[in-house]
Design a protein around this ligand. Sequence first.
Ligand code: NAD
Length: 356
Amino acid sequence: MEKNIVVLRGDGIGPEIIGETLKVLKKVCEKFGHTFNYTDVDIGGCSIDKYGVPITDEGMEKCKNCDSVLLGAVGGPKWDNVDPLVRPEKALLAVRSELGLFANLRPTKLFSQIASASPLKNEIIQGGIDLVIVRELTGGIYFGKRSTFSENGEKVAVDEMKYAEHEIERIGRVAFETALKRKKRLASVDKANVLDSSRLWRSVMHRLSSEYPDVDFSNILVDNAAMQLIKNPSQFDVIVTENMFGDILSDEASMLTGSIGMMPSASLSSGTLGMYEPIHGSAPDIAGMDIANPLGTILSAAMMLRYSFDMHSEANAVEEAVNAALNSGYRTADIMQPDMTKVGCSKMGDIVAENI
Ligand code: NAD
């Protein structure tokens, strides 16, 4: 198969972790007989430096007209004080919205080889942590009307949280379908005891649940969900929630595994086009030092193979190659443990590629 991939290396460690991921994809192409054509597009600070904007219109068009987008990370102190309208992160919101990427999938998996990195006690993690958070990405409070005004002699600010039924239904379907491919358990997180938008969310999810009788469906209030993730994370398989709750809960969940450098993510549209990126940022403190962990980006590429290209054996091969590298005792600095072999970013990429 031939696929066209737009590569957004971005800033900080972005170019390093993407470089290692492309090494692994090269081996996937060799082994499975595929051709991947790459088009580089500048995004974030590097684009601001060259063009004055975090992504050009031409770059955006390339993203819209490819089979998939692979992203490193954007941002860094150099661009912290630029005009808020052209900040590096603006490009990410623009790509999500222009490509209609309404579903963000964040798998959270505790790799048994590095379980001691988890901040949770052994007795809590011994049941394993292997869950996926499905977060609505283009609606809710982050996209609602906002205003700041004066009232009774003081400043007042308002952010609107708005959801339409069709927005809830389409993310709900992604979540039910995801659950069907896993352990068939889905928890919908809302705040239906207080918010109207959550009551609508809950009623749409209930209606959908009757179409998926094989999925064990439940509702959970967001405050309880935050607590249960710490108390008993193995009870969860798939969690679906709106944009802001998902933003907060997915960061909480990723910390349970103890290693931000290991976690992948996928942002999906209603078609096959998706954007795949690690959950971490551009890590300017370690950029250019060849010590970043490339595994989150490599695992994001595995998600790209599975979700955008329907290449399941290829995705499994990448995930198994990562597992094999960990089983052989190789660790980047962020996940280093006693008696293991410390390797840099590029060596870790070589080892995973060799394992394909
Ligand atoms: P960060 O995720 O970049 O870094 C947090 C900490 O984790 C740092 O100590 C860093 O060294 C470490 N770390 C992150 N990724 C790592 C990896 N792969 N291997 C080893 N260690 C890793 O978060 P931050 O420092 O808050 O943000 C830095 C910049 O990234 C900011 O400009 C921020 O806006 C941006 N950011 C971008 C994205 C994105 O592109 N999607 C996401 C979050 C933050």
